[in-house]
Design a protein around this ligand. Structure first.
Ligand SMILES: [Zn+2]
Length: 599
């Protein structure tokens, strides 16, 4: 299944207000349900799902002023969220127990503050290592939750030492403090997703409305309308209120991508956020037939300088993909990978048919600028918080507040310092909103770039009828061109997990298009010469260029890596140790070879 975004036409201000009103009313009901179904102490044995559902159904029925279909939507969103809230509670208890000896990271000297996150300060010097090790073992056993239950609820020490009991109670108290009903829509970027079923659409048109005709959704057609001829026509917020018509725009590109989807499987998701309205059409298609043999392979190299490099290699003889998978799967250590490369070679008959390389420079540069802005906003927020703390102390002194007392809006009448305090707090919240916006921008930029690239990649594989080989991500390849330190936000958003994010994005599209995906070991891919069964020394990799002494030529490093990854599919064993191709023993450096044009 895939979700296709449908474009939204112009919506009048009153319609927009109507949709926002719908969102707010559903959110209100969801919050009421969340509070009613919330279990403050999941250790007591959480409400059976039937009972919980019944409790929420009562609220659903008793609510007035909201259309019944929307009331039901609210319940269907709240149920899984409550289950998740309980599951998270248990995960937190066990997680804290597992990291029981984790220390608090103070920026300044610790002074007389607690040393550990999960150990009460009173016993932090008394507790011994063996007691903590015991608790860590308990965390990885199935007995962790029953032990919490016995200690906390029944007052039964369960064979634990006094210090250990104190730690369990401490952890429980901490987790309990953070255990609150799911807060729907608490953040301004919250998007309410509503699955539209036929009852929310106009009666009489249900069947057609949910169906697809020749790959294009037939929603509500209105030939009289001059601008738009398709609408999503949904029930209004209140019972018997006017229906809300959302004009839809289907771009030719999306329509083209939907052509092969299966008619009966489509459903719609309406997305309501505080910023706007979105509609997605979720459509599926039967699992496409995937070839078991191919003559062409696309190799993908993922990097930073060049986000991806792709090479298409062709063999006159077809490759059996299951056998290839089995061969590559056993190469699970660096040593085995090296042995395989040295014991095999790439026959002369294998040719490079096409190379594509996409420079990541403009993308990374734009991301770097945005991430720097995130970092500087973050330090401004930190500074403002320090300032706020100073002001809070001065204010507490003036008003005679205790250390636990909060500064309240009422205090504004009493002191100008309180007014300054709240104005600073407002500025902090504004800065935080700016930072969230920047994060969103980087994330969406990354999404677009990866979406574009994976489309290019899929297009290439389809055009050549090829299978795709990519590196295994479970093993970290160290010798990649990862950028040197560029700041916290940048590392968080771009260094870590980018490769995995791209891979997941591409994997789902490969599956959708019936292109086989094969995982290859990631060692030496950037420095191997498959023709000469050798691994080139690191010194020969300079910038984006690699020199292969055995071949006596320069190549573009990333394109060479993509060739190598694809080439792994066509290796044949060396017989009797005789090399099929004598290496060129020319050590002079010829002129730099030019790679394929950078796109
Ligand atoms: Zn070579």
């Amino acid at each position: 299944m895939r979700a296709f975004p449908l474009g939204i036409g112009d919506i009048s201000a009153s319609k927009r207000a109507g949709l926002l009103d719908l969102r707010n009313r559903i959110l209100d009901l969801m919050r009421t349900m969340a509070v009613a179904g919330f279990d403050q102490e999941p250790l007591t044995g959480t409400l059976a799902s039937n009972d919980l559902n019944r409790r929420l159904l009562e609220i659903q029925r008793a609510t007035v002023g909201l259309n019944s279909v929307w009331r039901e939507s609210a319940r269907l969103r709240v149920l899984p969220a409550l289950a998740e809230s309980n599951a998270r509670y248990f995960r937190k208890l066990v997680g804290r127990l597992r990291h029981v000896d984790q220390e608090i990271d103070y920026r300044e000297a610790r002074g007389d503050r607690p040393r550990f996150i999960n150990i009460p300060q009173e016993i932090e010097t008394a507790v011994i290592g063996a007691e903590l090790e015991d608790l860590k073992r308990l965390a990885s056993s199935r007995k962790a939750i029953p032990t919490f239950k016995a200690v906390v609820l029944d007052g039964n020490p369960s064979g634990l030492a006094g210090n250990q009991v104190a730690i369990l109670k401490h952890i429980h108290a901490c987790v309990q403090k953070g255990h609150k009903p799911p807060a729907f829509g608490a953040k301004d970027e919250f998007t309410l997703q509503l699955h539209i079923d036929s009852r929310m659409l106009p009666t009489g048109q249900n069947a057609e409305a949910m169906a697809l005709r020749t790959g294009v959704p037939f929603l509500l057609e209105d030939d009289q309308n001059k601008c738009y001829c398709r609408f999503l026509d949904i029930a209004g917020a209140a019972p018997r209120s006017e229906r809300i018509r959302i004009p839809l725009v289907l771009t030719p590109e999306i329509a083209r991508r939907m052509v092969s989807t299966k008619t009966g499987w489509a459903s719609l998701i309406l997305e309501l956020s505080s910023r706007g309205v979105g509609v997605r059409l979720v459509a599926g298609k039967p699992q496409p037939e995937t070839p078991t043999q191919v003559n062409r392979i696309v190799g993908r190299d993922f990097g930073y300088t060049n986000t991806i490099a792709l090479s298409v290699l062709e063999s006159p003889a077809a490759v059996d993909l299951d056998r290839l998978r089995a061969t590559l799967k056993v190469l699970d250590t660096k040593g085995k990978a090296q042995g395989h490369l040295e014991g095999h070679y790439l026959p002369e008959s294998i040719t490079v048919v096409e190379r594509l390389r996409f420079s990541g420079r403009p993308f990374m540069e734009r991301a770097r600028v945005l991430c720097e802005a995130i970092d500087s906003t973050k330090s401004r927020i930190d500074l403002a918080y320090n300032d706020l703390e100073t002001r809070r102390k001065a204010l507490a002194e003036e008003l005679g507040l205790g250390p636990q007392d909060r500064v309240l809006p009422e205090h504004k009448k009493l002191s100008s310092k309180a007014r300054e305090f709240f104005s600073l707090l407002g500025q902090i919240n504004d800065l935080k909103a700016v930072r969230r916006g920047l994060y969103r921008k980087v994330a969406s930029m990354k999404r677009c770039w990866f979406g574009y690239l994976s489309n290019q990649e899929i297009g290439l594989a389809v055009r050549h009828g090829a299978a795709l080989v990519r590196e295994d991500l479970t093993v970290e390849a160290i010798e990649k061109d990862s950028p040197s330190y560029k700041g916290r936000a940048f590392n968080k958003m771009l260094n870590n997990g980018s490769k995995g994010q791209y891979q997941r994005r591409a994997a789902s599209k490969l599956l959708w298009n019936g292109i086989p995906e094969i995982v290859a070991p990631s060692w030496y891919t950037s420095r191997a010469c498959l023709k000469h069964s050798g691994i080139v020394e690191k010194k020969h990799r300079v910038g984006e260029s690699i020199f292969l002494p055995c071949c006596g030529k320069h190549d573009h490093a990333d394109e060479h890596a993509a060739d190598t990854i694809a080439g792994l599919a066509f290796l044949v064993p060396k017989i009797n140790g005789s090399e099929p191709l004598a290496p060129v023993r020319d050590t002079s450096y010829p002129a730099i070879a030019v790679g394929s044009p950078v796109l």
